[in-house]
Write a protein that binds this ligand. Sequence first.
Ligand code: CA
Length: 516
Amino acid sequence: MNRKIYSYVLAGLLSGVAFSTFGQHLDSFKRKRPNIVFIFSDDHAYQAISAYGNTLAQTPNIDRIANEGVILKNQLVTNSICGPSRATLLTGKYSHKNGFKTNENPNFDLNQAIFTKELQKAGYNTAWVGKWHLGTLPTEALNYFKILPGQGHYYNPDFIHNNGDTVRHEGYVTDVITTFAKEFIEQQETDKPFFLVVGHKATHREWMPDIQDLGAFDSVNFPIPETFYDDYEGREAAKDQDMTIDKTMVLRQDLKVGQVFKGRYTPAQEKALSDYYSKISKEFAEKKLEGKELVEWKYQRYLRDYLSTAKSLDRNVGELLDYLDESGLAENTVVIYASDQGFYLGEHGWFDKRFIYEESLKTPFVLRYPGVVKPGSDLQNLILNIDWAPTVLDLAGATIPSDIQGSSFLPLLVNNEDSVQWRDAGYYHYYEFPQPHRVHPHFGIRTDRYKLVRFYGELNNWELFDLQKDPNELSNVIDHPDYRAVRESLRGKVRELILKYEDKEAEEVLRAAGEI
Ligand code: CA
């Protein structure tokens, strides 16, 4: 038996074991293991996706995945920033376990247990195209890659290829990445399933739209979020951050006022970008805005660039879905669309992410698996990004290593939700401080109704929110007598999860304060 056939048979046997709990679906799983395409964008807020009930912009292609599959309504991340979210996807572990706590980490340790290696063992061809943002090249962990160095560029980006060469590719980054994804799929042998991450740079700062989308939202006046003028009363960390549209967002760098487009652009790109943004810069200069008018102008410009950048993202999702249809692969390919975390679109006056508050804690996640996941379903359970690796392994019928901290949520999709035991609280821990946005380190939990947070380091305090009564998280009720019992019960839960996940740093914070 040659190696390929052996691994196929072995994986088939394993899948039989792994899926034995799924009853009626067992036969279809054993017949043919699915390909898995994980479209993984950056900083794409659920508030910017129409499937999540938002009306800021239409995202028909992401919505299509939701309509033909499942939408996760409470998909939380465990540390709301870019690099750490990718490290968690790759390991199924919290940052304190995989060692990648902040974006300032130079290199991710790929010698640890990476779940794509398990997929390879199960006979999958594994690949990643686009944004990687983890330093170390994934030579061992992936069979194929074409990745952006660091954050990469929106226009004519460089990519590091499998052989280590760095090559510049002309075009807009989201289009180029989709082309690479299709090229990879086209190269696949028919008897070997694949796992492909399509890692997008969009919609990361500084939100550079494709030429064809420039001005797509210029006639729209976006509503000012309810919490836009938040005074942060009762929330010290929120008061102390440096991520407001008012003070932190930079007119030239972020909103392209007075920006000169030179360097890596083609003459046609240079002209289109210069024409568009010089007109805006001129209007801005004439208006001489101040105070409230100035910050609201910045907000409108921010959303217009952000959503124009997202427009290309959604279009490219559609292109990939069409490609799967045309190539006959759609039926046996799981398609996932997710962002590495959520993002603030003016809520609390902010852009960026990091906080455990809803907009950055939650991230969009939709999944389509024809014949297995019921079209148009939604999942309300608290899913964490540590669950992504085991879920993909489960889909592939591969072994889930016992030290992975998350759980496959596939049983929730294929069985009756009530028959599956699931967590009642999601644990979170954020570290990066003070740069770049002065968000104090914190850990905490989110249940279906409450959120309890512990800030530490320069700060030393707790916050408690009743999301049912206060969905905007404006009222910290930590000292409110009505919430004494809730507070104590949630503190117990925090302690329990710190021990369960072996978060020594958080344990030490509580120990030093006599709280554990
Ligand atoms: Ca990100």
